[in-house]
Design a protein. Structure first.
Length: 145
């Protein structure tokens, strides 16, 4: 069966698009500026609070990026250190907020934890085990009794 040139071109475009989407990986986390803009809207931050939070968010992003780049750490160690940095960062943010803003911030954090990270496996975290259900090779496992 011969493929006409239009169909061949269409197939190539579709395949290239699929390869690009799979190569992009998970979405990147928001930049400190993006996060601050979102927080300003959600929490109704004052200009003074914005000025205090901007360097905190930037410093935390730098710390997390340094941990991600540290090849001496295992993946589990990187995750743990990043979690510690995020927790400390949340505590620093809370110190800048008033009681009403703290309540809103905590509510948003709970909501985000429940929804899970973007592209990262949902609220239980990434799935453990090999692809195909954990029995290796992707074959169906024994039927439950």
């Amino acid at each position: 069966m011969k493929m006409n040139p239009v169909n061949a071109m269409l197939a190539a475009v579709v395949l290239c698009g699929a390869a690009r989407v799979s190569a992009e990986g998970p979405p990147r986390p928001p930049s400190p500026s993006e996060r601050l803009a979102r927080m300003k809207g959600e929490l109704n931050l004052s200009d003074t609070q914005v000025q205090k939070l901007k360097p905190l968010l930037e410093a935390n992003m730098e710390k997390i990026n340094a941990v991600r780049a540290d090849t001496a750490l295992s993946e589990e160690q990187r995750k743990e250190k990043a979690h510690e940095i995020r927790k400390a960062g949340s505590d620093e943010i809370m110190a800048v907020l008033d009681p009403e803003q703290k309540a809103k911030f905590e509510e948003e954090m709970k909501k985000r934890r429940k929804e899970g990270p973007p592209g990262g496996g949902g609220p239980e975290g990434p799935r453990k085990g090999p692809p195909g259900g954990g029995n290796g090779g992707g074959k169906p496992g024994p039927k439950p009794q």
